[in-house]
Design a protein around this ligand. Sequence first.
Ligand SMILES: Nc1ncnc2c1ncn2[C@@H]1O[C@H](COP(=O)(O)OP(=O)(O)OP(=O)(O)O)[C@@H](O)[C@H]1O
Ligand SMILES: [K+]
Ligand SMILES: [Mg+2]
Length: 697
Amino acid sequence: MSNSTSKPRRTPQGRRDSRRHTPKVNTKGIYQRAIRNSFVKLDPRVQVRNPVMFVVWIGTIITALLTINPDLFGKVTGENLRLFNGLITVILFFTLVFANFAEAVAEGRGKAQADALRSTKSDTIARKLSPDGKVQEVSSTTLRRGDIVKVIAGDIIPADGEVISGVASVDESAITGESAPVLKEPGSDIASSVTGGTKIISDELTIRVTADPGKGFIDRMIALVEGAERSKTPNEIALTVLLAVLTQVFLIVVATLPPVANYVKNPISVAILIALLVALIPTTIGGLLSAIGIAGMDRVAQFNVVATSGRAVEACGDVNTLVLDKTGTITLGNRLAEEFIPVNGHSIEDIASVALAASVFDETPEGKSIVRLAEKLGSKIDFDRTQAEGIEFSAKTRMSGTNLPNGREIRKGAVDAIKGFVRSRKGKLAADLDQAYERVSRLGGTPLAVCQNGDIYGIIYLKDIIKPGIRERFEQLRRMGVRTVMLTGDNRITASVIAQEAGVDDFIAEATPEDKIAVIQREQAEGKLVAMTGDGTNDAPALAQANVGLAMNSGTQAAKEAANMVDLDSDPTKLIDLVTIGKQLLITRGALTTFSVANDIAKYFAILPVIFTAAGLQSLNIMGLASTQSAVLSALIYNALIIPILIPLALRGVKFRPLTANQLLQRNILLYGLGGVIAPFIAIKVIDFLISAVGLA
Ligand SMILES: Nc1ncnc2c1ncn2[C@@H]1O[C@H](COP(=O)(O)OP(=O)(O)OP(=O)(O)O)[C@@H](O)[C@H]1O
Ligand SMILES: [K+]
Ligand SMILES: [Mg+2]
């Protein structure tokens, strides 16, 4: 029911291979650019947006001043104060640079991808048709929504548009990476939409432009991958606030130290206080937070999906319910006529000939396969095609057919729809019809009833196969706590057979296009977040209603505009991958936050005792660190280095297992929390040993 005419959304057999082609990106260039940007981002106007790192930034300035004049805040005693303060300054400076680098690398991947896209987009000469039919050559940048242009073989299509006449094949590899040409023709929802920047390789088309300059699909994609539209997601904002609050708390903790230190006659210098503060505030997650988000969008892009916002990617991770089509999503959707089953005393030749007559104008793959099967059985068209009228299939009527010149009305379609039609023509239902239809349904096939006026001829068996591996994927989703609901225009029995075999949690049969939006609203009323895929114009409202709407690139402009993600490969099962990517993004962020906070607290307890050893509390130096100075420097060096060490994990995401949110939380607290507590003690001890060995402090 997602598309009212044909179903070209079925993906070719080579789907698995085509889905993961990473855009061609120059990695060496990315790192060079990222290094440069790490310094550019030291600008305080950039830093102030990240409260944790801004505290480090201020700390760096103060320790730099203390390097010039160690007595800036009063007389300080100690050796090599200039060197020590200078070292702290350098380490803090690199902490900032490393954090900037994480973000710059993540952004750089997107920028490189945008450059690759931009190279496909050049100003072209468009043949604009004026209302009087004259052709005028204009630059593609002057085209406006509603303009009519003509493109011929070899041309780059100058703008997004809708085919109004002509039939041609188009190479869409610039956007999909798929080299097989796609047939474009007017009328049908799906085949009629073209994208600016793609190339027409045969024949010619007349196109109505549907996007103003700079607002086309490729422009939107460039803006997206460049992060121009990347604003903080609600979860990121919440976490940033939490980190800012933690920073404030730790600022207070550090501020309480001087009175205590003075009391035990072991005053602590401002430089050491700053070092302690930086060690304590969550710089690891503060430095990696935006990289994690950008990497999430990037992973989505590598799956050839364009997300309109980081928010959409994140929403995927929070999804509770997945609404999926049956045909083409759960099944291969390659429904072909397998058998004619006559009823009501008719012969197999009778039903074949009526099924043929019902399908001569049906351009859907189902319709064409019925024509082939009937012709194989020897049926011939026995009327004048030019005098007959084709009745197109629609998801609403769930029927198609032909009105013959002699007044006969031939229809085929969903069994209940045909029963209704027969009743309306005052015909009677055949006693053996239900038996035939149930047999086909129990095989998981789609039964189409065929009738002529009020007379039912039998059932066409359209065979369909469940996609291999889909059951395991639903099982995975279930373990993640995601409910799957299958929606289909097919009858109850077929729906229940497929639902059972595929292992979905729930299904809705005989669904009309309106049912889809009703299901979404019902789930949302229960407080659930819903994801769905769709491609037809009648899916647009549901795509907009869903929390995550994934439109097929082969779909209509309306569907693509309503959705918050577009799949360039037009593979509806990708929604399952997106949910996984979204969950992984949230888990990565959670795991690194846990690690960061655990780390900071451990660091504090590793170095605080050493600071007090000068006051005669030698017994506190359980780690046996060489000196106060080397302990402080070690903690800070570890604090800085952990950021670049974790960049690959932040970009790639933590290892993902299909578990429920609670199980994952427990696992992560154990793994990253415990790891975060232990790691600093070991690392600080090692660095302290190295520093004292080279005699730095
Ligand atoms: N070309 C056609 N001519 C006549 N009837 C059709 C044709 N294609 C499908 N049907 C009937 O209409 C019903 C609804 O079709 P529709 O495409 O809306 O749903 P579906 O393909 O069965 O399921 P899904 O919603 O999962 O795609 C089908 O189950 C079938 O009975
Ligand atoms: K820290
Ligand atoms: Mg369908």
